[in-house]
Structures are given as structure tokens and as C-alpha cells.
Design a binder for this molecule. Structure first.
Ligand code: NAP
Ligand code: MG
Length: 497
């Protein structure tokens, strides 16, 4: 099969001077230094982007605040905002190949995965464009009396205001759009801070937002380091909300920083999601689902199914199938369609994952497949499965964020539920079984925000997504996210006698 060459638009974009996009204007100054954008498949530098610091943060906040105060977006007729968001989706669609290739080069993901990611962004924009005309509250007059008076009372929703959207590198466009689409639909003015490892699609999408007709100042893309501009956003007293996706550690940091003005905070954090396979499951069908539940995007997915619990009677069969599947997975550049696994995001991440694999071995776990990095160019590691693991091993307790699965046999459902819930996280969980009664009973008792049965990782913008416990606060998508990007107001009017 032929390796794709990046299309001309990608080269043209990379040749441009890039920096923050604030108030509809590119900032050339690099108060925070230049950040090299590295292709993780080769380790080579694609371009450098100008990073902002305190001054750029203030410019972004001022631009967003001014755009919110004069109502250029939030006070547009909702149908107009709907039309513009739909056009924004059209613009992503027209530039899908460029955006997908930018994410392949920047993040390393396989092209098919990137295309799926950008299609997801389009889908979310179209879905949430429809929410612009559904932002209503409740009419309460018939249900209450205002201290014996005749009252007219209702609740309503209004945008929170200036919101900072801080996102990680593992799905750069998707992580951004899952927040941006509902934030804009609710009428907020936004400052997006992409991860320093993957700024490209955020900048291109920021530009497309302007071309689609979203007024300048409403979508600002702020480039900079997390400990610098990220922290400044979390601290800033003129920001009304931070919606954050990233590590649990940084999430806790953001919560502490939010105390200054008690800004609203929602968090999508890490996971160590369990997958339970019962002996009555369709094992052949489960193999690819379980495998891609952890190996997709090289395990760099927050809800990756990284802990596998298999009923003892089918353990050997499922494990043999998984090993066979893993050894046939082609690892290499995301631009070659034959490759289903790309590199990890960086040398740092590859070393972190390798260190976990080493700790797994030294703590007594058995590598049944993989366990090594691949080649000398780029940041590749093999899809890896550990057996003979114990509940207190680091590879069982901690999020690795790499293509590493840990597997344990179990005897009965009680065993499996206990083991699955034995974690500080609670993002996803998988159940494989043909017994509908068992499935419902187990799903009820798993402490996770998203449960997948006989599949893994399917999401829909109408369904809330998020985590229990240390996997986060609040939910993305669904009506829940619209509430999270809105303030609720109650209005009570005493009618004259
Ligand atoms: P991270 O270090 O927490 O970074 C996430 C974002 O926060 C980046 O934009 C980062 O900027 C910024 N940041 C870093 N320090 C900050 C600070 N002190 N204040 C404000 N912002 C700061 O996360 P990561 O390690 O890159 O990403 C992987 C993690 O994200 C995993 O734990 C994964 O589970 C989680 N994740 C969760 C979901 C979900 O939906 N639940 C989805 C994807 C990923 P820089 O890049 O410039 O440092
Ligand atoms: Mg990169």
C-alpha cells in the first residue's frame, strides 16, 4: 500500500509563521519562547510556534471579555448562532483531509483514526448547533406561590461568560471540539489552550471559526506552556470557568487555582478502565473489541480499557486470541494505511511507558506479548499484554497511557466486580456477555461513568460522557454539558392584585 504524502495545504500551513490567534489576529511575539512541533513518527521538527506568556494571556482574556460584554456572539439570535455553527461544521468538512493529516503529523495517530476524529468534531458541531434553540428553563408559576401571592416564575439559562478550554495532546482536535461546540452553542466566549505538543489543528480550526462567521474575540487560541499560560488561565480572576481535560494531577492543581474567584470547573481526567469478559460471551467477537479498546491510538485514550478480567473457563482462549491479534497489528507511521498503531506522542511518553513495562517485569508480571520499544526512529512501542499481575502492582493501579493491557482471570461475577471497582478512577468499563440479566446487574454496580457492553468506546453527543471518582467532575456531551456551560437564573414576579 502507498504511504500518503501530505497534501499541499498541509505544507502551506506548516510554512506559515504560527502563534496564538487572539481577537482574530495572529500574534507573532514569542514572550514564552518558540515551541518546536515534532512529528512523533520521525522525531523531526515540522515547524515552530510562538508561545505566549502573561501578556498573551491578558490579551486573550480581554478579547474574550470584550466579545462577551458587547454580545456580538451571545446576543445573536439563536437561529443565527445555529446557522454559523453549522457553517463551521461545513468548513471542517471541506478541510477534513488537511485537518486529519495535520493531526497525523502532530500527534502520530493513524490517518483513519484522524479522519474519524475530525468527523467526530463535525458531528459534535452539528449536534450542538441544534442546542442553541433549546436553551430554555422551566415555567414554575403553577407549582409555587410566592408567600401567598400570585406569581409568575420561571428559570432560564444564560452563558457562563469567558471560558478557558484546556486540552491535552492525545486527540488534539477532538478534545478541543468536544468542549468548544457546546461552549459556543451556549453563548460563551472561549480561550482554547491546546497542549504544547499538538498546537496545529487548534490553530487551523480557530482560523476556520473566523471564516465561518464566528466573530473575532469569541474563539481565541492561546499557545503556550501549561505551567505558564495554562496556570495563568486557571488563576485568572476574570475567567468564569475552566473546562479541563488532562491528567488527574493537573486537574487537582486547577481545582486549587480556581479558588481565587471560585470559577466553575469541570474536569475530564485519567482512567484505568476495566473490561470484564464472562465465559458466556462471544469470544471471537470480543477479541478485536478488547484489543482495540486498549491498543487504539496506542493506548493514549483516557477511557482505554487497560485492565482485563476474564472468567477462568475462557481465559486461555481469549488470551491466545489477543496475543495473535496484537502480534498481527502493524506499528508504524500513521500516514501508511497499513499501520493500525502509530507512535506515542513523544520520547518522554515512550520512556514513561517503557519504565512502566520494566516495573511490571521487575514486580513479577509476565509479558505474554510485546514489551519493547520499536526501531530507533520515532517513538514507537509494541502492543503489550501482561499476565500474572497482582492488584498492588503499579501497572495495575496507575494509568500508563500507552498500549499496555494487564490481564487477570476471575471465578464469578462478585470477584470481577470487586476487582473492577478496585481503583481510584471511574471513567469507562466494558462487559462482554450474552446474558442480558447479568449485564444489567453488573453494569449497575460498576463505578464508572461510561459502560460499554459487547463493544468498547462508542460515544454519542446526545449521551453524557465523564468519570466517577478521580476521573473527573461533571460531564461532557448530552444535556449535562449544556448545563455545565450555562448559569441558571430563577425569575419570580409578583403579579399585581
Ligand atoms: P496534562 O499534563 O494534565 O496536560 C493537559 C493540558 O493541561 C495541556 O494543555 C497542558 O499544557 C495543560 N497544563 C499543564 N500544566 C498545567 C497547569 N499547571 N495549569 C493549567 N494547565 C496545565 O495531561 P497530559 O499528560 O498531557 O495528557 C494525558 C492525560 O489526559 C491522561 O491522564 C489522560 O487520561 C487524560 N485525558 C483525559 C481525557 C478525558 O476525557 N477524561 C481525555 C484525554 C486525556 P502543556 O501541554 O503545555 O503542558
Ligand atoms: Mg507533535
Amino acid at each position: 500500500m502507498t504511504v500518503h504524502q501530505p497534501i499541499a495545504a498541509v505544507g502551506a500551513f506548516l510554512d506559515r509563521p504560527l502563534g496564538s490567534l487572539i481577537d482574530g489576529t495572529w500574534l507573532g511575539e514569542a514572550e514564552g519562547g518558540m515551541i518546536d512541533v515534532v512529528d512523533p513518527a520521525t522525531g523531526s521538527t515540522l515547524t515552530s510556534v510562538a508561545a505566549g506568556s502573561a501578556r498573551a494571556v491578558q490579551q486573550a482574556v480581554d478579547a474574550a471579555r470584550a466579545s462577551f460584554a458587547d454580545g456580538r456572539w451571545c446576543n445573536l439570535p439563536p437561529e443565527e448562532r445555529r446557522r454559523i455553527l453549522w457553517r463551521f461544521a461545513d468548513m471542517l468538512s471541506e478541510n477534513l483531509e488537511e485537518l486529519a493529516q495535520l493531526d497525523v503529523l502532530d500527534n502520530g495517530m493513524p490517518l483513519a483514526f484522524a479522519q474519524w476524529e475530525i468527523n467526530g468534531c463535525i458531528d459534535w458541531l452539528r449536534h450542538f448547533s441544534g442546542e442553541t434553540t433549546r436553551l430554555f428553563g422551566r415555567h414554575a408559576s403553577a407549582a409555587i406561590s410566592g408567600g401567598g401571592h400570585d406569581v409568575h416564575a420561571y428559570s432560564s439559562m444564560q452563558p457562563v461568560g469567558v471560558v478557558a478550554l484546556i486540552v491535552p495532546w492525545n486527540a488534539p482536535a477532538g478534545n478541543m471540539m468536544i468542549k468548544l461546540a457546546p461552549a459556543l452553542a451556549a453563548g460563551n466566549s472561549c480561550i482554547v489552550k491546546p497542549a504544547e505538543d499538538t498546537p496545529l489543528t487548534a490553530l487551523r480550526i480557530g482560523e476556520l471559526a473566523l471564516e465561518a462567521g464566528i466573530p473575532a474575540g469569541v474563539v481565541n487560541i492561546l499557545i503556550g506552556h501549561g505551567h505558564d499560560v495554562g496556570q495563568a488561565l486557571a488563576d485568572h480572576v476574570d475567567i468564569d470557568k475552566v473546562s479541563f481535560t488532562g491528567s488527574t494531577e493537573t486537574g487537582k492543581h486547577i481545582v486549587r487555582a480556581s479558588a481565587g474567584n471560585l470559577k466553575r470547573v469541570t474536569l475530564e481526567l485519567g482512567g484505568k478502565s476495566p473490561v470484564i469478559v464472562f465465559d458466556d460471551a462471544d469470544i471471537e467477537a470480543a477479541i478485536s473489541q478488547v484489543a482495540m479498546g486498549i491498543f487504539a491510538n496506542s493506548g493514549q485514550i483516557c477511557f482505554a480499557g487497560s485492565r482485563l478480567y476474564v472468567q477462568r473457563g475462557v481465559y486461555d482462549r481469549l488470551m491466545a486470541g489477543l496475543v495473535d491479534f496484537a502480534t498481527r497489528l502493524k506499528v508504524g507511521s500513521g500516514l501508511d494505511p497499513a499501520n493500525l498503531l502509530g507512535p506515542l506522542i513523544s520520547g518522554k511518553q515512550r520512556d514513561r511507558v517503557s519504565a512502566y513495562m520494566e516495573r511490571g517485569r521487575s514486580q513479577g508480571a509476565e509479558v505474554v506479548t510485546g514489551g519493547n520499544s520499536v526501531g530507533t526512529q520515532g517513538f514507537f512501542v509494541e502492543p503489550t499484554i501482561f499476565a500474572n499481575v497482582a492488584r498492588d502492582m503499579d501497572i495495575v493501579r496507575e494509568e500508563i497511557f500507552g498500549p499496555v493491557l494487564v490481564a487477570t482471570p476471575f471465578d464469578d461475577a462478585e470477584d470481577a466486580i470487586r476487582a473492577a471497582n478496585d481503583t481510584r478512577y471511574g471513567l469507562g468499563a466494558g462487559i462482554f456477555s450474552r446474558d442480558v440479566n447479568k449485564v444489567h446487574r453488573v453494569a449497575r454496580r460498576l463505578n464508572a461513568g461510561n459502560i460499554w457492553v459487547n463493544c468498547y468506546g462508542i460515544t454519542h453527543p446526545a449521551l453524557p460522557f465523564g468519570g466517577f471518582k478521580e476521573s473527573g467532575w461533571g460531564r461532557e456531551m448530552g444535556s449535562e454539558v449544556m448545563a455545565a456551560f450555562s448559569e441558571t437564573k430563577s425569575v419570580l414576579i409578583k403579579l399585581a392584585e
